[in-house]
Design a protein around this ligand. Sequence first.
Ligand code: SF4
Ligand code: SF4
Length: 433
Amino acid sequence: MMALFEGGTPNEPGAARALYERALGEPNAALRWCVDAANIGLLSRAVRELDATTALEVVLPAHDEAPDRTVVADEGMLVPTLRRLREQRPEGLAFTMTNGRPYVLPPPALDISTNDLCGLKCIMCGNRASRRDPHTISVDDVRALVDEAAAWGIRRVALTGAGEPFRDPAMLEHVAYANARGHLVTITSNGFPISEKMAADLAQRNVSISMSIHGATEATHDAIVGVPTAAEHAWRAVRRLVRARDGRPDSKLRVNVSSVIQRDNLGEIPALVRRAREEGCNGINLQPVNLQHGFLKAGAIVRRDDIGAMSRLWPVDRAELDRVFEELSTLKPECGRFLHASLERLALLRRYFDDPSRDALGVTCRVGESFLAVDHRGQIKPCYRLPWSYGDARFQRLRPLWNSEAYARTRALVESCPLTCMNNCFFRKEAAS
Ligand code: SF4
Ligand code: SF4
Protein backbone atom coordinates (compact mmCIF):
# COMPACT_ATOMS: atom_id res chain seq x y z
CA MET A 1 0.00 0.00 0.00
CA MET A 2 1.30 3.43 -0.92
CA ALA A 3 1.19 5.92 1.98
CA LEU A 4 0.79 9.67 1.44
CA PHE A 5 1.33 12.54 3.89
CA GLU A 6 2.21 10.35 6.87
CA GLY A 7 4.62 13.06 8.04
CA GLY A 8 2.10 15.86 7.33
CA THR A 9 1.40 17.94 4.24
CA PRO A 10 4.43 19.86 2.89
CA ASN A 11 4.07 23.65 2.94
CA GLU A 12 5.98 24.44 -0.23
CA PRO A 13 3.72 25.47 -3.13
CA GLY A 14 2.94 22.49 -5.39
CA ALA A 15 4.79 19.97 -3.17
CA ALA A 16 1.68 18.10 -1.98
CA ARG A 17 0.39 17.82 -5.52
CA ALA A 18 3.78 16.56 -6.74
CA LEU A 19 3.71 13.80 -4.08
CA TYR A 20 0.20 12.84 -5.11
CA GLU A 21 1.11 12.74 -8.80
CA ARG A 22 4.12 10.58 -8.02
CA ALA A 23 1.82 8.19 -6.13
CA LEU A 24 -0.47 8.04 -9.16
CA GLY A 25 2.44 6.80 -11.22
CA GLU A 26 3.12 3.88 -8.85
CA PRO A 27 1.60 0.51 -9.73
CA ASN A 28 -0.43 0.27 -6.52
CA ALA A 29 -3.99 -0.86 -6.11
CA ALA A 30 -4.24 0.77 -2.67
CA LEU A 31 -3.52 4.22 -1.30
CA ARG A 32 -3.33 5.28 2.34
CA TRP A 33 -3.98 9.02 2.59
CA CYS A 34 -3.32 10.83 5.89
CA VAL A 35 -5.81 13.65 5.61
CA ASP A 36 -5.55 17.08 7.20
CA ALA A 37 -6.83 20.59 6.60
CA ALA A 38 -4.02 21.26 4.11
CA ASN A 39 -4.64 18.32 1.79
CA ILE A 40 -8.43 17.77 1.96
CA GLY A 41 -8.92 19.71 -1.30
CA LEU A 42 -6.38 17.50 -3.04
CA LEU A 43 -8.13 14.44 -1.62
CA SER A 44 -11.39 15.60 -3.27
CA ARG A 45 -9.59 15.75 -6.55
CA ALA A 46 -8.02 12.34 -6.00
CA VAL A 47 -11.41 10.74 -5.40
CA ARG A 48 -12.55 12.10 -8.77
CA GLU A 49 -9.39 11.04 -10.57
CA LEU A 50 -8.48 7.70 -9.06
CA ASP A 51 -9.40 4.53 -10.83
CA ALA A 52 -12.47 2.89 -9.25
CA THR A 53 -10.37 -0.22 -8.56
CA THR A 54 -7.91 1.71 -6.37
CA ALA A 55 -8.78 1.14 -2.72
CA LEU A 56 -8.42 4.40 -0.82
CA GLU A 57 -7.94 4.51 2.96
CA VAL A 58 -8.35 7.98 4.41
CA VAL A 59 -6.68 8.26 7.81
CA LEU A 60 -7.74 11.00 10.25
CA PRO A 61 -5.38 12.16 13.00
CA ALA A 62 -6.94 11.08 16.29
CA HIS A 63 -5.87 11.05 19.91
CA ASP A 64 -7.41 8.82 22.61
CA GLU A 65 -7.60 11.02 25.71
CA ALA A 66 -9.62 8.44 27.68
CA PRO A 67 -11.59 5.27 26.87
CA ASP A 68 -14.67 7.41 26.21
CA ARG A 69 -12.88 10.40 24.67
CA THR A 70 -11.16 10.51 21.31
CA VAL A 71 -10.28 13.82 19.73
CA VAL A 72 -10.10 13.93 15.95
CA ALA A 73 -8.09 16.92 14.73
CA ASP A 74 -9.90 19.44 12.49
CA GLU A 75 -12.95 17.19 12.42
CA GLY A 76 -15.61 19.90 11.95
CA MET A 77 -13.69 21.24 8.97
CA LEU A 78 -13.10 17.84 7.37
CA VAL A 79 -16.60 16.35 7.82
CA PRO A 80 -18.56 18.15 5.04
CA THR A 81 -16.01 17.04 2.43
CA LEU A 82 -15.71 13.53 3.84
CA ARG A 83 -19.52 13.16 3.72
CA ARG A 84 -19.55 14.23 0.09
CA LEU A 85 -16.72 11.86 -0.79
CA ARG A 86 -18.57 8.99 0.91
CA GLU A 87 -21.61 9.71 -1.30
CA GLN A 88 -19.49 9.98 -4.43
CA ARG A 89 -17.63 6.79 -3.74
CA PRO A 90 -19.66 4.41 -1.55
CA GLU A 91 -17.32 1.51 -2.35
CA GLY A 92 -13.56 1.34 -2.08
CA LEU A 93 -13.23 4.25 0.34
CA ALA A 94 -12.44 3.52 4.01
CA PHE A 95 -12.13 6.05 6.82
CA THR A 96 -9.81 5.12 9.67
CA MET A 97 -7.99 6.95 12.47
CA THR A 98 -4.33 7.04 13.41
CA ASN A 99 -5.23 5.02 16.54
CA GLY A 100 -6.07 2.11 14.20
CA ARG A 101 -9.86 2.08 14.64
CA PRO A 102 -12.39 2.86 11.90
CA TYR A 103 -13.54 6.48 11.79
CA VAL A 104 -17.32 6.95 11.82
CA LEU A 105 -18.81 10.13 10.34
CA PRO A 106 -21.10 12.07 12.70
CA PRO A 107 -24.75 10.98 12.65
CA PRO A 108 -26.86 12.75 10.00
CA ALA A 109 -28.98 14.33 12.76
CA LEU A 110 -28.83 14.96 16.47
CA ASP A 111 -32.05 14.13 18.32
CA ILE A 112 -32.73 16.40 21.28
CA SER A 113 -35.72 15.93 23.54
CA THR A 114 -36.48 19.20 25.28
CA ASN A 115 -39.64 18.11 27.05
CA ASP A 116 -41.42 14.96 28.23
CA LEU A 117 -44.93 16.36 28.74
CA CYS A 118 -47.73 14.79 26.73
CA GLY A 119 -51.49 14.97 27.23
CA LEU A 120 -52.36 11.92 25.12
CA LYS A 121 -52.63 8.30 26.25
CA CYS A 122 -51.59 6.33 23.19
CA ILE A 123 -52.21 2.63 23.64
CA MET A 124 -48.78 1.77 22.24
CA CYS A 125 -46.83 4.23 24.41
CA GLY A 126 -46.22 4.38 28.13
CA ASN A 127 -45.60 8.13 28.47
CA ARG A 128 -48.14 9.67 30.83
CA ALA A 129 -46.06 12.61 32.11
CA SER A 130 -48.42 15.36 33.18
CA ARG A 131 -45.95 17.57 35.07
CA ARG A 132 -42.79 19.08 33.72
CA ASP A 133 -39.78 17.16 34.98
CA PRO A 134 -37.74 19.60 37.13
CA HIS A 135 -34.54 18.00 35.81
CA THR A 136 -35.36 18.98 32.22
CA ILE A 137 -32.49 20.57 30.30
CA SER A 138 -32.57 24.37 30.01
CA VAL A 139 -32.86 26.56 26.92
CA ASP A 140 -29.12 27.27 27.15
CA ASP A 141 -28.36 23.53 27.34
CA VAL A 142 -30.39 22.97 24.16
CA ARG A 143 -28.54 25.80 22.44
CA ALA A 144 -25.18 24.38 23.47
CA LEU A 145 -26.15 21.02 21.91
CA VAL A 146 -27.38 22.69 18.72
CA ASP A 147 -24.06 24.58 18.55
CA GLU A 148 -22.04 21.44 19.15
CA ALA A 149 -23.91 19.61 16.39
CA ALA A 150 -23.30 22.47 13.94
CA ALA A 151 -19.59 22.65 14.76
CA TRP A 152 -19.35 18.88 14.26
CA GLY A 153 -20.76 19.07 10.71
CA ILE A 154 -24.32 17.92 11.51
CA ARG A 155 -27.00 19.78 9.56
CA ARG A 156 -30.23 18.49 11.07
CA VAL A 157 -31.65 18.39 14.58
CA ALA A 158 -34.75 16.43 15.56
CA LEU A 159 -36.42 18.27 18.44
CA THR A 160 -38.54 15.31 19.40
CA GLY A 161 -38.28 12.79 22.17
CA ALA A 162 -40.44 11.51 24.96
CA GLY A 163 -43.26 14.05 24.86
CA GLU A 164 -45.14 16.61 22.78
CA PRO A 165 -42.44 19.06 21.61
CA PHE A 166 -44.75 22.07 21.37
CA ARG A 167 -45.56 21.77 25.08
CA ASP A 168 -42.08 23.25 25.49
CA PRO A 169 -42.74 27.02 25.62
CA ALA A 170 -39.33 27.68 24.05
CA MET A 171 -39.86 25.40 21.03
CA LEU A 172 -40.26 28.19 18.46
CA GLU A 173 -37.12 29.83 19.83
CA HIS A 174 -35.27 26.51 19.52
CA VAL A 175 -36.36 26.16 15.90
CA ALA A 176 -35.23 29.69 15.02
CA TYR A 177 -31.94 29.19 16.84
CA ALA A 178 -31.22 25.86 15.13
CA ASN A 179 -32.06 27.32 11.71
CA ALA A 180 -29.68 30.21 12.37
CA ARG A 181 -26.96 27.61 13.00
CA GLY A 182 -27.68 26.01 9.60
CA HIS A 183 -29.86 23.10 10.77
CA LEU A 184 -33.01 21.74 9.24
CA VAL A 185 -35.31 20.98 12.19
CA THR A 186 -37.65 17.98 12.32
CA ILE A 187 -40.44 17.72 14.89
CA THR A 188 -43.16 15.14 15.52
CA SER A 189 -46.29 16.56 17.14
CA ASN A 190 -49.80 15.49 18.12
CA GLY A 191 -51.05 18.87 16.88
CA PHE A 192 -52.88 20.08 19.98
CA PRO A 193 -50.67 23.09 20.74
CA ILE A 194 -50.31 24.35 17.14
CA SER A 195 -52.14 27.67 16.81
CA GLU A 196 -52.52 29.84 13.67
CA LYS A 197 -49.80 32.12 15.04
CA MET A 198 -47.43 29.24 15.62
CA ALA A 199 -48.11 27.87 12.12
CA ALA A 200 -47.33 31.31 10.64
CA ASP A 201 -44.03 31.37 12.53
CA LEU A 202 -43.11 27.85 11.41
CA ALA A 203 -43.86 28.73 7.78
CA GLN A 204 -40.86 31.10 7.94
CA ARG A 205 -38.52 28.36 9.13
CA ASN A 206 -36.64 25.44 7.66
CA VAL A 207 -38.64 22.82 9.48
CA SER A 208 -40.38 19.54 8.82
CA ILE A 209 -43.36 18.76 11.06
CA SER A 210 -44.75 15.24 11.28
CA MET A 211 -48.25 15.06 12.69
CA SER A 212 -48.92 11.80 14.50
CA ILE A 213 -52.22 10.55 13.13
CA HIS A 214 -53.14 6.92 13.53
CA GLY A 215 -56.29 6.49 11.48
CA ALA A 216 -58.14 7.77 8.45
CA THR A 217 -61.23 8.28 10.57
CA GLU A 218 -61.51 10.50 13.62
CA ALA A 219 -62.92 7.65 15.71
CA THR A 220 -59.95 5.35 15.09
CA HIS A 221 -57.32 7.98 15.90
CA ASP A 222 -59.18 9.12 19.03
CA ALA A 223 -59.49 5.54 20.26
CA ILE A 224 -55.77 4.84 19.73
CA VAL A 225 -54.59 7.99 21.48
CA GLY A 226 -57.22 7.74 24.20
CA VAL A 227 -58.46 11.34 23.94
CA PRO A 228 -61.69 12.49 22.30
CA THR A 229 -61.22 15.28 19.70
CA ALA A 230 -57.54 14.36 19.24
CA ALA A 231 -58.08 13.72 15.51
CA GLU A 232 -59.95 16.99 15.09
CA HIS A 233 -57.02 18.83 16.69
CA ALA A 234 -54.40 16.96 14.67
CA TRP A 235 -56.11 17.62 11.31
CA ARG A 236 -56.79 21.22 12.34
CA ALA A 237 -53.06 21.62 12.96
CA VAL A 238 -52.29 20.04 9.57
CA ARG A 239 -54.62 22.52 7.85
CA ARG A 240 -53.14 25.47 9.71
CA LEU A 241 -49.64 24.45 8.73
CA VAL A 242 -50.57 23.71 5.11
CA ARG A 243 -52.31 27.10 4.79
CA ALA A 244 -49.36 28.91 6.37
CA ARG A 245 -46.92 27.03 4.10
CA ASP A 246 -48.96 27.79 0.96
CA GLY A 247 -49.28 31.43 1.98
CA ARG A 248 -45.54 31.91 1.56
CA PRO A 249 -44.13 30.89 -1.82
CA ASP A 250 -40.64 30.68 -0.33
CA SER A 251 -41.67 28.56 2.65
CA LYS A 252 -39.43 25.65 3.59
CA LEU A 253 -42.01 24.22 5.98
CA ARG A 254 -42.87 20.57 5.29
CA VAL A 255 -46.02 19.01 6.69
CA ASN A 256 -46.12 15.24 7.02
CA VAL A 257 -48.28 12.64 8.65
CA SER A 258 -46.69 9.93 10.72
CA SER A 259 -48.61 6.82 11.65
CA VAL A 260 -48.00 3.64 13.63
CA ILE A 261 -49.57 0.60 11.95
CA GLN A 262 -51.33 -1.63 14.46
CA ARG A 263 -54.34 -3.92 14.74
CA ASP A 264 -56.95 -1.18 15.22
CA ASN A 265 -55.96 0.95 12.23
CA LEU A 266 -54.53 -1.57 9.77
CA GLY A 267 -57.51 -1.51 7.42
CA GLU A 268 -57.50 2.31 7.29
CA ILE A 269 -53.86 2.86 6.37
CA PRO A 270 -54.35 3.17 2.57
CA ALA A 271 -57.24 5.59 3.20
CA LEU A 272 -55.00 7.56 5.57
CA VAL A 273 -52.37 7.88 2.83
CA ARG A 274 -55.03 9.23 0.48
CA ARG A 275 -56.45 11.60 3.08
CA ALA A 276 -53.02 13.03 3.90
CA ARG A 277 -52.56 13.76 0.18
CA GLU A 278 -55.94 15.39 -0.12
CA GLU A 279 -55.21 17.55 2.92
CA GLY A 280 -52.13 18.94 1.13
CA CYS A 281 -49.41 17.23 3.17
CA ASN A 282 -45.91 16.76 1.79
CA GLY A 283 -45.64 13.11 2.77
CA ILE A 284 -46.57 10.25 5.04
CA ASN A 285 -44.38 8.09 7.14
CA LEU A 286 -45.50 4.61 8.23
CA GLN A 287 -44.02 2.64 11.09
CA PRO A 288 -45.12 -0.69 12.50
CA VAL A 289 -46.12 -0.95 16.13
CA ASN A 290 -43.21 -2.08 18.23
CA LEU A 291 -43.90 -3.99 21.38
CA GLN A 292 -40.39 -5.10 22.23
CA HIS A 293 -38.42 -3.95 25.22
CA GLY A 294 -34.77 -4.48 25.85
CA PHE A 295 -32.36 -4.40 28.70
CA LEU A 296 -28.64 -4.79 29.12
CA LYS A 297 -27.35 -7.80 30.98
CA ALA A 298 -23.76 -9.02 31.29
CA GLY A 299 -22.65 -6.90 28.34
CA ALA A 300 -25.41 -8.07 26.00
CA ILE A 301 -28.82 -6.77 24.93
CA VAL A 302 -31.71 -8.98 25.98
CA ARG A 303 -35.10 -8.74 24.27
CA ARG A 304 -38.38 -9.05 26.11
CA ASP A 305 -41.66 -8.80 24.21
CA ASP A 306 -44.67 -7.13 25.79
CA ILE A 307 -46.98 -10.13 25.50
CA GLY A 308 -49.95 -8.34 27.08
CA ALA A 309 -49.82 -5.43 24.62
CA MET A 310 -49.20 -7.82 21.72
CA SER A 311 -52.41 -9.67 22.42
CA ARG A 312 -54.30 -6.40 21.93
CA LEU A 313 -52.31 -4.43 19.37
CA TRP A 314 -50.57 -6.86 17.02
CA PRO A 315 -52.32 -7.30 13.66
CA VAL A 316 -53.14 -10.99 13.32
CA ASP A 317 -55.46 -11.14 10.31
CA ARG A 318 -53.10 -12.25 7.56
CA ALA A 319 -55.64 -11.82 4.78
CA GLU A 320 -56.17 -8.22 5.84
CA LEU A 321 -52.41 -7.65 6.10
CA ASP A 322 -52.00 -8.97 2.54
CA ARG A 323 -54.80 -6.80 1.24
CA VAL A 324 -53.51 -3.63 2.94
CA PHE A 325 -49.88 -4.06 1.87
CA GLU A 326 -50.93 -4.92 -1.67
CA GLU A 327 -52.96 -1.73 -1.78
CA LEU A 328 -50.04 0.29 -0.40
CA SER A 329 -47.72 -1.21 -3.02
CA THR A 330 -50.23 -0.24 -5.70
CA LEU A 331 -50.46 3.27 -4.26
CA LYS A 332 -46.69 3.70 -4.14
CA PRO A 333 -46.06 4.36 -7.88
CA GLU A 334 -48.78 7.01 -8.00
CA CYS A 335 -47.67 8.59 -4.68
CA GLY A 336 -43.94 8.49 -5.38
CA ARG A 337 -41.93 10.02 -2.58
CA PHE A 338 -45.08 11.23 -0.85
CA LEU A 339 -45.29 7.74 0.65
CA HIS A 340 -41.88 7.66 2.31
CA ALA A 341 -41.63 3.87 2.45
CA SER A 342 -40.07 2.27 -0.61
CA LEU A 343 -41.59 -0.87 -2.11
CA GLU A 344 -38.74 -2.79 -0.48
CA ARG A 345 -39.56 -1.34 2.91
CA LEU A 346 -43.28 -2.04 2.48
CA ALA A 347 -42.38 -5.67 1.78
CA LEU A 348 -40.19 -5.68 4.90
CA LEU A 349 -43.05 -4.26 7.01
CA ARG A 350 -45.38 -6.98 5.71
CA ARG A 351 -42.86 -9.68 6.67
CA TYR A 352 -42.35 -8.02 10.06
CA PHE A 353 -45.98 -8.67 10.96
CA ASP A 354 -45.53 -12.36 10.10
CA ASP A 355 -42.35 -12.80 12.10
CA PRO A 356 -40.50 -9.85 13.67
CA SER A 357 -37.42 -11.84 14.65
CA ARG A 358 -34.09 -10.57 13.47
CA ASP A 359 -33.29 -13.88 11.80
CA ALA A 360 -36.50 -13.88 9.79
CA LEU A 361 -36.04 -10.27 8.67
CA GLY A 362 -32.33 -10.60 7.87
CA VAL A 363 -31.62 -7.01 8.90
CA THR A 364 -29.34 -5.41 11.40
CA CYS A 365 -29.62 -2.15 13.27
CA ARG A 366 -27.44 0.76 12.27
CA VAL A 367 -28.27 3.32 14.95
CA GLY A 368 -24.66 3.00 16.03
CA GLU A 369 -23.70 5.08 12.97
CA SER A 370 -26.89 6.92 12.12
CA PHE A 371 -28.42 8.10 15.36
CA LEU A 372 -27.50 9.88 18.57
CA ALA A 373 -29.92 11.38 21.06
CA VAL A 374 -29.97 13.50 24.17
CA ASP A 375 -33.10 13.04 26.28
CA HIS A 376 -34.96 15.74 28.22
CA ARG A 377 -32.72 15.10 31.26
CA GLY A 378 -29.57 15.53 29.20
CA GLN A 379 -28.76 11.83 29.07
CA ILE A 380 -26.79 10.78 25.99
CA LYS A 381 -28.62 7.85 24.39
CA PRO A 382 -27.36 5.56 21.63
CA CYS A 383 -31.03 4.67 21.08
CA TYR A 384 -34.28 5.48 22.89
CA ARG A 385 -35.52 1.94 23.22
CA LEU A 386 -32.82 0.60 25.51
CA PRO A 387 -32.16 1.88 29.02
CA TRP A 388 -28.58 2.94 28.46
CA SER A 389 -26.86 6.27 28.73
CA TYR A 390 -23.44 7.74 28.16
CA GLY A 391 -23.75 10.29 30.91
CA ASP A 392 -25.05 13.81 30.98
CA ALA A 393 -24.51 15.95 27.87
CA ARG A 394 -24.21 19.01 30.14
CA PHE A 395 -20.90 17.65 31.41
CA GLN A 396 -19.72 15.40 28.60
CA ARG A 397 -19.27 16.47 24.99
CA LEU A 398 -20.78 14.31 22.27
CA ARG A 399 -18.09 14.68 19.64
CA PRO A 400 -15.15 13.02 21.44
CA LEU A 401 -17.46 10.23 22.61
CA TRP A 402 -18.62 9.23 19.11
CA ASN A 403 -15.29 7.78 17.89
CA SER A 404 -14.05 6.60 21.27
CA GLU A 405 -13.10 3.06 22.16
CA ALA A 406 -16.12 2.82 24.48
CA TYR A 407 -18.54 3.89 21.76
CA ALA A 408 -16.99 1.41 19.33
CA ARG A 409 -18.07 -1.30 21.80
CA THR A 410 -21.59 0.18 21.86
CA ARG A 411 -21.68 0.04 18.08
CA ALA A 412 -20.74 -3.64 18.17
CA LEU A 413 -23.55 -4.23 20.68
CA VAL A 414 -26.04 -2.40 18.45
CA GLU A 415 -24.96 -4.57 15.50
CA SER A 416 -25.97 -7.63 17.49
CA CYS A 417 -29.16 -6.19 19.03
CA PRO A 418 -31.90 -8.86 19.05
CA LEU A 419 -34.70 -6.27 18.94
CA THR A 420 -36.24 -5.29 15.64
CA CYS A 421 -37.76 -1.99 16.61
CA MET A 422 -38.02 -0.86 12.97
CA ASN A 423 -37.42 2.77 13.70
CA ASN A 424 -37.21 4.37 10.30
CA CYS A 425 -33.96 4.02 8.39
CA PHE A 426 -32.24 2.24 11.23
CA PHE A 427 -31.95 -0.99 9.35
CA ARG A 428 -29.72 -2.40 6.71
CA LYS A 429 -29.60 -5.89 5.30
CA GLU A 430 -27.51 -8.19 7.42
CA ALA A 431 -24.17 -8.88 5.80
CA ALA A 432 -23.87 -12.45 4.54
CA SER A 433 -21.63 -14.44 6.87
S1 SF4 B 1 -48.40 11.45 21.67
FE1 SF4 B 1 -46.38 10.45 21.63
S2 SF4 B 1 -45.53 10.71 23.68
FE2 SF4 B 1 -47.74 11.15 23.81
S3 SF4 B 1 -48.67 9.21 24.47
FE3 SF4 B 1 -48.75 9.31 22.20
S4 SF4 B 1 -46.91 8.27 21.46
FE4 SF4 B 1 -46.62 8.74 23.66
S1 SF4 C 1 -32.73 -2.43 17.17
FE1 SF4 C 1 -31.38 -0.63 17.35
S2 SF4 C 1 -32.74 1.06 17.88
FE2 SF4 C 1 -33.84 -0.86 18.31
S3 SF4 C 1 -33.41 -1.34 20.45
FE3 SF4 C 1 -31.85 -2.38 19.25
S4 SF4 C 1 -30.11 -0.95 19.19
FE4 SF4 C 1 -31.91 0.21 19.80
